[in-house]
Design a protein around this ligand. Structure first.
Ligand SMILES: NC(=O)CC[C@H](N)C(=O)O
Length: 408
């Protein structure tokens, strides 16, 4: 007689997600115990959970992943997009108890627990995602351990979360002092490239061909919560990169004698970041090449007179189709934003360059006749497709051309 198969799971610690509208989801604790609140959003990427949980743009957001199995390849030191986990919390359907990958160093739960991040597994993430699509991104609270037993307190805590509209968060996640960044893209078998170009990203521009390391020019990158892959892709193109705090003024940035300005992604609402908008206005007026991504794109639009608004549930995923207006080409893009610039409010000189094919929202702009442009999605991918990497080539070409024009 065949022996009955049995599966013995270790006893689990209770986990809870409470939404501000009173909806409760019960599951099990995956990482730290305690309670955390934030805006609950869903991300539909099938890969890249480590990049998602370490993306500083998710500060004060609880991310639920629609991919069903999360943690299968563990986590490793090369795939962090910020300094360790940055999400307020994580919600998943199934978290396997083991991982398998030659790159994996530890399991996701241990990694999150060490950083004090509360996460819950065994949640009906399909129901949750449907609910967020219907009602919009919502304040929520996740709890693990003892805290998960007091459901009323969790709902009350969710209701007390003020939301992200009006929240200025860039300075909370920015680095404190200017710092050089020298690492290029990851080489699969050799760790990070320490300087210059990597062999993995396929540089396109002929203008870059003769450049040696760091000679393309000096970029001052505003850290509003910058993802590391952005900095790696700048270094890959021969650019010397100095990362500066979010509160840096235009005069302080110009004192570093930049050849180009990069405006990073970041958390929260772009609208209250008035000092940053003022700095950007001055830097644009100084005539330098400027490239913005996500929050950086929104800030550029605001700085030049456009307005932004809060979207219903935003764009968070790795397969969003975007049309490049100049060519009609459709590009598959990585996205992570809950605010957007309103195309109806763009000043005439700021021209739309890209549009989302999901909802027609604005995805990119350029300033007429000037080397100033930005993209709402994530051309640096991580996670996601690399079809927009050409925007980094364009920025590097503008930096080189600007130097040549100034006779540097
Ligand atoms: N990834 C980002 O830079 C996000 C920008 C902004 N916080 C938003 O949610 O729209």
């Amino acid at each position: 007689m065949a022996a009955a198969l049995s599966r013995i799971d270790p006893p689990s610690t209770p986990g809870l997600l409470a939404l501000a509208d009173g909806t409760l989801f019960r599951g099990r604790a995956l990482a730290a115990e305690g309670r955390t609140c934030g805006e609950v959003v869903f991300n539909t990427a099938m890969t890249g959970y480590q990049e998602v949980v370490t993306d500083p743009s998710y500060h004060q957001q609880i991310v639920t992943l629609t991919a069903a199995h999360v943690g299968v390849v563990g986590v490793n030191p090369d795939d962090e997009e910020g300094r360790g986990p940055q999400v307020a919390g994580l919600v998943v359907r199934d978290a396997p108890r083991t991982f398998a990958s030659w790159r994996g160093r530890e399991d996701l739960g241990t990694y999150l627990r060490r950083a004090g991040v509360v996460a819950v597994a065994d949640i009906d993430t399909r129901r949750l995602t449907h609910l967020l699509r219907e009602r919009g991104a919502m304040a929520g609270c996740i709890a693990a351990g003892e805290a998960a037993r007091d459901e009323a307190a969790c709902v009350a805590a969710a209701r007390a979360f003020p939301g992200l509209q009006g929240a200025a968060l860039a300075e909370a996640v920015s680095l404190p002092e200017p710092a050089g960044w020298a690492a290029g893209s990851v080489r699969w078998l050799g760790g990070h490239v320490q300087k210059g170009r990597s062999d993995g990203t396929g540089l396109a521009g002929q203008a870059l061909e003769d450049m040696s390391e760091g000679l393309a020019g000096h970029v001052v990158a505003f850290d509003f919560g910058v993802k590391r892959n952005i900095l790696r892709l700048l270094v890959d193109r021969g650019l010397r990169v100095t990362v500066v705090p979010a509160a840096t003024t235009a005069a302080q940035a110009l004192a570093l004698r930049p050849d180009g300005i990069f405006l990073s992604n970041g958390p929260g609402d772009p609208e209250p970041l008035q000092a940053q908008q003022a700095a950007i206005r001055e830097l644009v007026a100084a005539g330098l090449p400027v490239f913005g991504i996500c929050l950086g794109h929104q800030l550029l639009c605001l700085a030049l007179g456009a307005r932004t608004f809060k979207m219903k549930f935003g764009h968070h995923g790795a397969n969003h189709p975007v049309r490049e207006l100049a060519t009609g080409r459709v590009l598959i893009t990585s996205q992570n934003h809950g605010f957007a610039a309103d195309p109806a409010t763009l000043p005439p000189a700021l021209r739309p360059t890209h549009v989302s094919l999901f909802d027609g929202s604005l995805q990119g702009v350029e300033l007429a006749g000037r080397p100033v442009f930005s993209f709402q999605g994530h051309p640096e991918a991580s996670p996601g497709p690399r079809e927009l990497a050409g925007l980094f080539d364009r920025f590097a070409r503008e930096v080189v051309a600007g130097r040549a024009a100034r006779g540097v």
